[in-house]
Write a protein that binds this ligand. Sequence first.
Ligand SMILES: [Ca+2]
Ligand SMILES: [Ca+2]
Length: 257
Amino acid sequence: MRFANLLISGLVLLVLVLPSVSAAGPVIHATWTSSPPTIDGVFTPGEWSGLQIVFEASTYPASYVLPTYVYFVNDASNLYVMVDAVGDTHDDIGDECLMWFNYDESKPGYAKNEVKIEGTSGIEKTTPFHAKIGFGSSPNEIEVGHKIYEFSIPLSWLGIAPGQPIEFCSPKYQKGASLGYDSFVPTHDNIWPIGLIDLTPPIALDLWGQVQVSASPSSPVGGFMEPVNKLAVFAPYLALFGVIGAVAVVFWKRPDN
Ligand SMILES: [Ca+2]
Ligand SMILES: [Ca+2]
């Protein structure tokens, strides 16, 4: 009986501390930055690296996709996202960019954290995340002006620490939404993961993807250490050792027959 209690306690602890992400879709690996971008709606040459998604007709239906480059980087405080919508060459009031983070168990199929901005160049949001819409050239398309979206999203608002994963998707929602929606007729947009193209929310968790936010470098250049929640990083392993230890103690104490 004591063995059973110990085992159950250990397993409960393990479930409580393990990351709850169970999205089965593709994983975006945000890269670490020590020089965060400026959220001003301008893609200054050299400002963004860490290209993660290229929306193009070779992977998405040509009649549907809005050619776009999407970058994800992070530091100890924020996740930064650039949506360089090179295919949206009209600065329309109905243009939009939408990202969903954190599957909501209390409202299944929807997100706890919705990151959305809509409108023409110059539109800016400052809370609970910072975002700005721009229109101009970029390193991906120098000749033709196009829609640009920049985001800075606090990790504390998302409820994660550096090094942790988070559920992520950009579904077909409201107007068509997504990682670059061009409201100029015929409209185009970018659903992610691609399997959501014909689906409207609620979106089952196993259809979501993930963003893996990078941990701070172990030997940061410049000699300063970024704050890291070490308990969050090691907790799953501590719990696992607890379960193994409980089982070992029970077997060690069993009388020989
Ligand atoms: Ca910028
Ligand atoms: Ca547009």
